[in-house]
Design a protein around this ligand. Structure first.
Ligand SMILES: NC(=O)c1ccc[n+]([C@@H]2O[C@H](COP(=O)([O-])OP(=O)(O)OC[C@H]3O[C@@H](n4cnc5c(N)ncnc54)[C@H](OP(=O)(O)O)[C@@H]3O)[C@@H](O)[C@H]2O)c1
Length: 358
């Protein structure tokens, strides 16, 4: 039995669909609204049961996880959920995959006794997730002089993902306006009104040196990594920085305090989306050292819906765990998935418009 928590959401629905198409065994679909989960269950090509579960209730969570081989969490905000669902999954003898969580969740879980034979994979989405996985194909064993990561577009934020965006503050998440050079964070300016390959309109690229990008630099032997969040206007960065000015310690703030700011982020994303329509681009460019073996220097992935695409990645991670391709322990998807396998699967997925190495 595969348990998908948050199965009715923008991410979870696609994760459930892909896991149902993948085959053996049934699915358990969870959320606070069981009727919505039941509606989804009826559309899937595999046996699926709907279960009402509120992840903030430990008894609900234990019941949801009981009997599952693996629990896939697509509910959030993931930087508040952290290790809550993973612990319940482990207690039920199940493995675990989470759409988010990053180092904060990994640390929280690793700090306690993880059953020796169990596997957990966090940050199995597009960013974090694919953003730290796919560039490994560009490096492909060649130490790089520089690696650039540009990710973004004009998707409408869901309220939960807006809360998570507000929570990406602090050293366990990243350093704003910085690049990684020779093993340290150094200042990097934003790019305004630039035309980037694959992006259909001029964009604004805001440097954010994620912990994922720092790990990527080490994994690819890159002297420098520049990692940007890309937007079509200044609206979303302004909404985020306004919130952070008002609430400097977002991690201590109750959700009720963050929700009005999340609404402003969602509204900003709606205006961006209304201006240019939906698109999502992941662009990676590599500059190998002089004399390095020839190979591709650019990777481009385009899609219309970054949430559904995240659900594809979550399902890929769950399949990898179920197939025993990820060893026991607590991992981040970017470091645990096989980039070649992921790229092959993504090329075959109808949600990916293009995935090209050149
Ligand atoms: N890594 C990435 O690249 C990436 C990309 C996109 C999103 N995300 C993250 O993924 C998470 C989900 O985003 P989304 O856009 O799919 O949100 P969404 O559309 O609002 O869906 C959330 C899902 O979780 C369920 N849920 C919410 N609160 C719950 C609770 N307390 N107990 C049980 N179920 C609950 C919802 O159902 P009910 O309302 O019926 O409970 C729904 O099924 C967010 O935290 C977001 O930041 C990560």
């Amino acid at each position: 039995m595969i348990g998908v928590l948050g199965a009715t959401g923008a991410v979870g629905r696609t994760a459930a669909e892909r896991l149902a198409a993948f085959g053996p065994g049934g699915l358990r679909l969870g959320g606070r609204d069981a009727a919505r989960a039941a509606d989804l269950a009826r559309t899937l090509p595999a046996p699926a049961e709907a279960v009402r579960v509120d992840l903030t209730d430990p008894d609900d969570l234990a019941r949801f996880c009981a009997g599952c081989t693996i629990v896939v969490n697509c509910a959030g905000p993931t930087y508040r959920v952290l290790d809550t669902v993973a612990r319940a999954a482990f207690a039920a003898g199940a493995d675990y995959v989470d759409i988010g969580g990053e180092l904060a969740a990994k640390d929280a879980l690793s700090g306690s006794a993880v059953p020796g034979e169990r596997t957990a994979v966090f940050s199995a989405g597009v960013m974090p997730g694919l953003s730290g996985l796919l560039p490994r194909l560009l490096a492909n064993g060649r130490p790089l002089r520089r690696l650039d990561v540009y990710v973004g577009g004009a998707a409408v934020f869901t309220p939960l993902s807006a809360v998570d965006a507000l929570l990406t503050r602090g050293p366990r998440f990243g350093v704003p306006m910085a690049a990684w050079r020779e093993g340290a964070a150094t200042p990097l300016a934003p790019l305004h009104g630039v035309r980037l390959p694959g992006f259909p309109v001029p964009v604004h690229a805001w440097p954010y040196l994620t912990t994922e990008a720092q790990a990527l630099a080490a994994a690819c032997g890159a002297d420098e990594v520049r990692c940007y969040n890309v937007f079509v206007s200044g609206r979303i960065p302004e909404a985020l920085s306004g919130a952070w000015a008002d609430v400097p310690d977002v991690h201590a703030a109750p959700l009720e305090t963050l929700r009005p700011y999340a609404t402003q982020v969602v509204d900003a994303s709606r205006l961006d989306n209304a201006d240019v329509g939906a698109f999502y681009v992941m662009l990676f460019t590599a500059r190998p050292h002089r004399g390095a073996p020839a190979g591709p220097t650019r990777m481009l992935l385009t899609a219309e819906d970054s949430y559904a695409l995240s659900g594809v990645v979550t399902a890929l991670a769950a399949r990898a765990v179920l197939a025993g391709r990820i060893p026991p322990g607590v991992h981040l998807a970017a470091e645990a998935l096989d980039p070649d396998e992921a790229a092959t699967a993504l090329r075959g997925d109808p949600l990916v418009t293009e995935l090209a190495l050149s």
